[in-house]
Design a protein around this ligand. Structure first.
Ligand code: SF4
Length: 400
């Protein structure tokens, strides 16, 4: 096994150029909860029928105008679901958003509605970025998880069509017990088919995902270290895995001081198994420049608006600050007690509260809340004991 040899980023964690307390980088709008799939992990507990109280076409237009009023650079506006293809006005809403000057991305489900024609219609109205979900390396595991036969083939066909059309694709994969051993094989698909970003979502126990078998903290540490290794061959990021930023800093420091991470990081048998499989697939050494994770999190660079207009820090943190139907999104984001509080890392409790990485990590507030009922509780899936990493001066140079 080699220590990293590819060019390293100057800093192992990126920060957004604007103040994330003033404007988000990403605004996710859950256009509908309707979806023809019934995935085991579904945050939204999606149903086949649309809710008649969803934001209307004009309300969505007003919402997008408000997103623009955050100022420049305009946040990326992601139309999500459910399955946003369940809305007949999807193309009209996207067209209006693009015409206003927003960067609009679309996150559809892997159904038959995802096809070359629907992607071309999106392109016609100015959408060039989509995100898709793939939770297994084979149709057996992916379709078993999504609970509808054919979703693997639909997703891969949509992925290939989008690439042929020149669209940017983000691929999202839930990381949980059912598929953790397949991560190297999913990474190989990612490398072979090509994506802009591959996001590993560390399961948050919410919606139908409550009983899905989230990993342990030790297993998460193993997976996050594997993700760091894979960064040389695939453009990887995490969702609700903020301690990947801590791992990235530590691994960067260990590379710099010439220490093998296996001697310093507390890695388990899962890491060894995943690493060996990844090495066999040629995934742990490559030429690409590692992409540093970016320092945004729920309510701090990120905001979610649900299908009926409730504004929450994340789609996995179902605590609303208010509703866009009667309040200003910009005001809720900048000034509400919920959003102001979630950005104050000095309010964090337990390990996260005393951790030297709290300003670049802070743990998943969604997972803390869903596990304990306390937004400020410590991240349940982080193994790190604050103060225990041996190269503090080098770390401080990177996070101060
Ligand atoms: S203890 Fe909390 S703040 Fe520190 S690395 Fe872990 S999740 Fe992040």
């Amino acid at each position: 096994m080699s220590l990293t040899s590819a060019p390293r980023p100057r800093r192992p964690v990126r920060t957004v150029r604007h103040d994330p307390a003033r404007q988000p980088m990403l605004v996710i709008w859950e256009a509908t909860r309707a979806c023809q799939l019934s995935c085991l992990h579904c945050r939204a507990e999606a149903t086949p029928a649309r809710n008649p109280f969803e934001l209307t076409t004009d309300e969505a237009t007003t919402l997008m105008a408000e997103v623009l009023s955050f100022g420049k650079p305009a946040p990326i506006f992601v139309i999500s679901g459910g399955d946003c293809f369940e809305r007949d006005d999807l193309y009209e809403i996207a067209r209006r958003g693009v015409a206003m000057g927003l960067h609009v991305a679309v996150s559809p489900s892997g159904t038959k509605k995802l096809n070359r024609d629907s992607l071309m219609r999106l392109q016609d109205v100015g959408v060039n970025t989509i995100s898709l979900s793939l939770d297994g390396a084979t149709k057996e595991s992916h379709d078993g998880f999504r609970r509808v036969q054919g979703t693997f083939e639909n997703t891969v066909a949509g992925w290939e069509a989008a690439r042929e059309l020149g669209m940017k694709v983000q691929l999202n994969s839930v990381v949980a017990r059912h598929n953790v051993m397949e991560l190297p094989d999913i990474a190989k698909l990612v490398r072979d088919l090509g994506v802009m970003t591959w996001s590993g979502f560390l399961l948050v126990p919410t919606g139908r995902g409550i009983d899905l078998g989230a990993l342990t903290a030790q297993e998460c540490e193993d997976v996050l270290n594997l993700f760091y290794d894979l960064g040389e061959t695939v453009p990887i990021k995490t969702t609700e895995g903020h301690h990947f930023r801590r791992v990235s800093i530590q691994r960067h420091v260990l590379d710099k001081v010439g220490r093998d991470h296996r001697e310093v990081m507390n890695l388990g048998l899962l890491y060894e198994a995943l690493y060996d499989r990844s090495e066999a697939l040629g995934l742990v050494t490559g030429e690409r420049s590692r992409r540093a994770p970016i320092n945004i999190s729920s309510g701090n660079g990120f905001v979610f608006i649900n299908h009926v207009g409730q504004v929450t820090p994340s789609g996995f943190l179902d605590v609303p600050a208010g509703n866009v139907r009667d309040s200003s999104l910009v005001d809720l984001y900048r000034n509400s007690e919920l959003f102001s509080g979630i950005r104050r890392t000095e309010l964090l409790e337990g390990k996260c509260g005393r951790c030297e990485y709290r300003d670049v990590c802070g743990g998943s507030r969604s997972r803390a809340y869903n596990s304990t009922g306390n937004i400020y509780a410590e991240e349940p899936l982080c193994i790190y004991e604050p103060g225990s990493f041996p190269f503090n001066d080098e770390v401080n140079d990177l996070i101060i």
